[in-house]
Design a protein around this ligand. Structure first.
Ligand code: SAH
Ligand code: SF4
Length: 345
């Protein structure tokens, strides 16, 4: 069943073919520029509104709604029409409002330290299901304007490639979000990065690196066995050459695993030739991974080591930990089988 944001303008026109032409623009504007639910488009005749609401039901229904950071972080668990669940996180900062969206219910990549990966894969989301997360968050953010969208919720965006690209295009073209303010985070699906580079989108790409030697990275990220660091480097070089856009690396600091001087050296050697920006974040605790995030002091030292080596680095602050809304903590999949994972150190 189609949802409001699944439809192109042409498909909407088809649905409204028995109505006067101007209705198409009216509904389209209400959905894409005014963030209205169909039931709220009160300028439509009641019968038409009811027919549209029935034929294009909302994709998301709120199952849970929690806040933290004194209301500056808010997480929703949404139930989809088939009962699958996904999570969306809204984060308000002084200078911007960011929503973190999911592209899949669950994730098949199985990264050991990630709650979504521990829970396994349920299904792909549709464009309508992904876009509606953004619109829902924008409504909640009002009167502040939603400025940034990060594809860092549940799922691997490049494993739902067509939907991710269509969502980026729709948010940019129909909703007027600057592509520069859209960040797609990937675990490192090398051929998909190369394909994405050719799409001509000025978006920001974040690669979840977490380790710059293959032994450690393969333990953390099973996909590294398929696309090891040398293969990933080729894709990163291709991204930069094709798009002229900066690349960033995400690095979750894990106590004793990837927060050592040696790890900093490996990271610098990998990141410097690519002139990548590194975002450090202390690992968020998840039920299935028994290793801790690095202590604050170690985070500072690791950052300083990288700076001494000439790497451009930022420490990201953790939002929403107390409501399981922080990076990698999203795991609303209710039928999840959680297995404890241990890591060789
Ligand atoms: N699948 C994509 C995007 C979703 S995950 C990816 O892996 O990039 C979003 C980010 O959260 C990634 O950088 C991921 O590595 C990170 N992450 C996952 N689990 C985490 C945890 N427990 N603590 C901190 N970051 C985590
Ligand atoms: Fe999937 Fe990203 Fe989690 Fe890995 S870190 S399991 S790719 S959501």
């Amino acid at each position: 069943m189609a949802h409001p944001y699944d439809l192109s303008r042409e498909q909407l026109a088809e649905l409204l073919s028995s109505e006067p032409n101007y209705r198409v623009e009216q509904v389209w504007r209400a959905l894409w520029n005014e963030d209205r639910l169909i039931s709220e488009i009160t300028t439509l005749p009641g019968a038409l509104r009811r027919r549209l609401a029935e034929e294009l039901p909302s994709a998301l229904s709120v199952k849970n709604d929690v806040q933290s950071d004194r209301g500056m972080t808010r997480k929703w668990v949404f139930e989809l029409s088939d009962g699958a669940t996904v999570e969306t996180v809204l984060m308000a900062y002084d200078d911007r409002v960011t929503v973190c969206i999911s592209t899949q219910a669950g994730c098949a990549m199985g990264c050991t330290f990630c709650a979504t990966g521990q829970a396994g894969f349920t299904r792909q989301l549709s464009v309508g299901e992904v876009v509606e997360q953004v619109v829902f968050a924008a409504r909640a953010a009002a009167p502040r304007r939603l400025s940034n969208v990060v594809f860092m919720g549940m799922g691997e965006p490049l494993a739902n490639y067509a939907v991710t690209v269509a969502t980026v295009k729709a948010l940019h073209e129909h909703r007027g979000l600057s592509a520069r303010h859209l960040t797609v985070s990937t675990v490192g699906v090398a051929p998909a990065i190369e394909r994405l580079a050719k799409e001509g989108l000025a978006l920001t790409l974040a690669v979840s690196l977490h380790a710059a030697n293959d032994v450690t990275r393969s333990e953390l990220i099973p996909l590294n066995r398929r696309y090891p660091l040398e293969r990933l480097r080729i894709a990163c070089e291709d991204w930069i050459a094709t798009t002229s856009r900066r690349l960033s690396f995400e690095w979750a600091l894990i106590d004793g695993v990837n927060d050592t001087e040696r790890a900093a050296g490996e990271l610098a050697r990998y990141a410097l030739p690519l002139r990548a920006h590194v975002n450090l974040i202390p690992l968020n605790p998840t039920p299935g991974y028994l290793v801790m995030g690095s202590p604050r002091e170690r985070v500072r030292e690791f950052k300083e080591s990288l700076e001494e080596l000439g790497v451009n680095v930022t420490v990201r602050n953790t939002r929403g930990r107390s409501i399981d809304a922080a990076c990698g903590q999203l795991a609303s999949v209710t039928n999840a089988k959680r297995r404890p994972v241990t890591l060789r150190r």
